[in-house]
Design a protein around this ligand. Structure first.
Ligand code: CUA
Length: 306
C-alpha cells in the first residue's frame, strides 16, 4: 500500500515516448548481456573444466600420497614439495589444516589438477588470481590449467573449516627456468631423489631412521599441526619435545609426564588418553601408522633438539 493514493485511472494513460525509449534500451541491453553470457562461456577462457569424479577419502588419500612419494623433490615447512612433469595429472589434497603438496610448475605448460578433501569442505582460492572452488570430501574435482605468469601463488582456504582455518595456506610456485628456483629457496629441488630403498629397520642407524621419520612427518600430515620451529599453536611443537616434562590431562586430572619413547608411542596410538594441557580444544585424530612408521617418528622427534 502506498502512502499517497494514485490518481484515478492512471494506468489508462498512454506511456510517453521517452519512457518507451528507455524501456527499449533496457530490453536491448538485457538481451545483449544474455547473449554475451553464453558467448563468454565459449570465448572467455575463464570457465573451469567442471569435471568431477566420485571418489572416497581413502582412495584419494592413497592416490595423493603415492603421487607425492613419486614426485617429491623436497619439503617446505613440513609440507612435501613436488615438481610434476607438464601435461600430467597432479594431486592436491586439502585437509585440516593444510594444502599438500606444494607444487613447482613450469610456465606455459598445461597441468591437470585433481583436488579433493580428506575431511570437511574447504575452499580453494588461488591468490592473487581470481580463482575460487569448493573442495568436497568424496569428490575428485579436476581443474585443467596452464599458468601464464611466473611467480609465487598462495592457496588460501576460504571456507571456514575449524579452529586452524586461518593457518591453512598452501603454495604453488611457477617458474620459467631452473635458476628461478633460487628465488623461493628451492635451489636444491631440481629432480626427485632416488626412491628410498626399503630398509630393514634392524639394520638402520638412528640417523637413517630419523630421515625416514621426517618423511613420515611430511607425508602423513603430522606437520599440519605439529610444528618443528618451536611454535605451538594447534599442538605441541616437536622442537625440544623429547625428554621434556609435560603437564597432561588424564580423566580430567592434571599430571606431569616425561616425554619418552613410550609416551610418544602411546600418544600416537591413543591420542585422547593423555592430552597436553592447553591443547584440549584441538584433539588429535588417530592416524593409521604402522609400528615401524611410529618408530621412525620417535627417532625423528629425538633429533629435534632445542
Ligand atoms: Cu580449510 Cu578453511
Amino acid at each position: 500500500m502506498s502512502l499517497l493514493k494514485p490518481e484515478e485511472g492512471w494506468y489508462y494513460k498512454k506511456v510517453s515516448k521517452d519512457e518507451k525509449m528507455w524501456m527499449l534500451i533496457a530490453l536491448v541491453l538485457c538481451i545483449m548481456m544474455f547473449i554475451w553470457m553464453v558467448l563468454w562461456h565459449v570465448y572467455g577462457k575463464q570457465n573451469p573444466s567442471s569435471l568431477t569424479y566420485r571418489t572416497s577419502t581413502t582412495e584419494f588419500g592413497k592416490l595423493s600420497s603415492a603421487y607425492i612419494k613419486q614426485n617429491m623433490v623436497g619439503s617446505d615447512n613440513g609440507v612435501p614439495v613436488v615438481r610434476p612433469q607438464p601435461n600430467t595429472d597432479v594431486f592436491l589434497l586439502a585437509e585440516m589444516w593444510r594444502w599438500s603438496p606444494v607444487m613447482i610448475l613450469q610456465k606455459d605448460q598445461a597441468y591437470k589438477m585433481h583436488i579433493s578433501s580428506r575431511d570437511v569442505v574447504h575452499g580453494l582460492s588461488i591468490q592473487p588470481v581470481n580463482m575460487n572452488f569448493q573442495v568436497y570430501p568424496g569428490y575428485d574435482y579436476v581443474l585443467e590449467f596452464k599458468p601464464t605468469e611466473a611467480g609465487e601463488y598462495k592457496i588460501v582456504c576460504n571456507e571456514f573449516c575449524g579452529i586452524g582455518h586461518h593457518t591453512m595456506i598452501g603454495k604453488i610456485v611457477v617458474i620459467e627456468k631452473d635458476e628461478d628456483l633460487k628465488l623461493y629457496g628451492y635451489e636444491n629441488f631440481k629432480k626427485a631423489p632416488d626412491p628410498v630403498a626399503t630398509f630393514k629397520k634392524e639394520a638402520m642407524s638412528e640417523t637413517e631412521m630419523a630421515l625416514q621419520g621426517e618423511q613420515v612427518y611430511t607425508l602423513k600430515g603430522c606437520a599440519a599441526c605439529h610444528k618443528i620451529d618451536g611454535t605451538s599453536q594447534l599442538a605441541p611443537s616437536w622442537k625440544g619435545l623429547f625428554g621434556k616434562d609435560e603437564k597432561v590431562l588424564v580423566d580430567g586430572k592434571e599430571i606431569m609426564v616425561s616425554v619418552d619413547e613410550s609416551y610418544i608411542i602411546e600418544s600416537i596410538k591413543d591420542p585422547t588418553k593423555k592430552v597436553t594441557v592447553g591443547f584440549e580444544k584441538t584433539p588429535m585424530p588417530v592416524f593409521p601408522l604402522t609400528d615401524e612408521e611410529i618408530d621412525f617418528l620417535v627417532a625423528y622427534i629425538k633429533t629435534l633438539k632445542n
